[in-house]
Design a protein around this ligand. Structure first.
Ligand SMILES: [Zn+2]
Length: 312
C-alpha cells in the first residue's frame, strides 16, 4: 500500500502525519506555529519534523508517494497570498519549497477544501457525489465536492463561504467588507453577541470570559438570550446555505469546525428549516445536514486525502 505525508498548516499549530490510502494515520507530529519564522525556516522545520517522523516509523521520505498540504488562504495555486495572521509568509510557495527539499510531489489546497476532501473520502461524505463541507469555528469556510471531484476554483480559493455579504451595512470583517456571513454566524460572532448581552442572561452572567461554546451551552439549557443568539446565527447560516443548495444541488452538507461539529441536532434542524424556506423545494428534498465525522484530525486527514486523490 502506498504511503503519503499529510501536512495541516494552522495559525497556531502545524500537524505532520504519515498515512495510507485507506485514510489511516500511522503517526502524527505537532509543532507550534511561530508567525515570526522566515519562509525558509518554516519549510526547514516541517522537513526536519517529517524526517524525524519517518525515522520513527523505520522509513525514509523515499518510501512515500506524495505530500498533501492544507493551508490557510487566500492562495494563488500553491502560493500563499496575504493572510491575516501569517504576514511574513506572503508569497511562500508551499509546493516548490517542499518539493525541492523532500523530493516528492506536493498537492496544496486551502484548509477548508482539504477538510472537505477528507470528510468526502473518509468521513461523513463517503459515497456522495455532491457534498459541501461547511466549517463553523472562529471563521466560516467551505469545501466543495461537485460531480465527484473537489472544486478548488481558478486559484484555489473556491468556497470562501464566510465572506458572502449578507448585510452590506453590517459589522466589518478582517477582509474589509461589511456584514459577511462570518461576522453574523461564526463562533467569533456568537461569542461577541454573548458578551454584549451578558447582563441580560442569567446563564451567561456567571461566566468570566464568554466564548461561543458558552452561548451554545446556554442554548441547550434553554436560556432565552442564548436561544435568541444561536437561532439568529443559525438563520443567517441557513440563508447562506440555501444559496449553496441552489447553486450546487448537494446531497449532503457536512457541518464541521469547533462550533458546527458539536452543535446539537436542534441547531441542524433549525438550519434545515431555513434552507427549506429559502432554497427551491426540488433541491431541498434531497439535501441532508450531517455532522463532520473526523473530529480533531480533520485537517491532517484532509491533507492525506489530498495526496491520495491526486495520486489516483
Ligand atoms: Zn468578509
Amino acid at each position: 500500500m502506498a504511503n503519503y505525508i499529510a501536512i495541516d498548516v494552522g495559525g497556531t499549530k502545524i500537524a505532520i502525519g504519515a498515512g495510507n490510502e485507506r485514510g489511516e494515520l500511522n503517526a502524527v507530529e505537532f509543532m507550534a506555529t511561530d508567525p515570526g519564522w522566515s519562509q525558509d525556516e518554516v519549510l526547514e522545520r516541517i522537513v526536519r519534523t517529517a524526517d524525524r517522523m519517518c525515522q520513527r516509523l523505520g522509513l525514509s521520505t523515499k518510501d512515500f508517494s506524495r505530500v498533501g498540504l492544507g493551508t490557510p488562504g487566500p492562495l494563488d495555486g500553491p502560493v500563499l497570498l496575504e493572510t491575516s495572521n501569517l504576514h511574513g509568509w506572503k508569497g511562500l510557495n508551499w509546493a516548490e519549497g517542499l518539493e525541492s527539499r523532500l523530493k516528492l510531489p506536493v498537492s496544496v489546497e486551502n484548509d477548508a477544501t482539504a477538510a472537505g476532501v477528507g470528510e468526502w473520502c473518509y468521513g461523513a461524505g463517503r459515497g456522495a457525489r455532491d457534498c459541501i463541507y461547511v466549517t463553523v469555528s472562529t471563521g466560516i469556510g467551505a469545501g466543495i465536492i461537485a460531480n465527484g471531484m473537489l472544486y478548488s476554483g481558478s486559484r484555489g480559493n473556491a468556497g470562501e463561504f464566510g465572506h458572502l455579504v449578507m448585510d452590506p451595512d453590517g459589522v466589518s470583517c478582517a477582509a474589509g467588507h461589511r456584514g459577511c456571513l462570518e461576522s453574523l454566524a461564526s463562533g467569533s460572532a456568537i461569542g461577541r453577541n454573548g458578551r454584549a448581552q451578558q447582563q441580560a442572561s442569567e446563564f451567561l452572567r456567571k461566566i468570566a470570559r464568554i466564548e461561543a461554546k458558552d452561548v451554545m451551552n446556554g442554548y441547550v439549557a434553554g436560556d432565552p438570550i442564548c436561544v435568541n443568539i444561536i437561532q439568529a446565527a443559525a438563520d443567517r447560516l441557513a440563508l447562506g446555505m440555501s444559496y449553496l443548495v441552489n447553486l450546487f444541488n448537494p446531497e449532503r452538507i457536512i457541518l464541521g469546525g469547533g462550533v458546527g461539529t458539536h452543535a446539537p441536532q436542534s441547531y441542524r434542524d433549525r438550519l434545515m428549516e431555513g434552507i427549506s424556506r429559502w432554497a427551491l423545494p426540488a433541491l431541498c428534498e434531497t439535501v441532508r445536514i450531517v455532522p463532520a465525522a473526523l473530529g480533531e484530525d480533520s485537517g491532517v486527514i484532509g491533507a492525506l486525502a489530498l495526496a491520495v486523490t491526486a495520486s489516483s
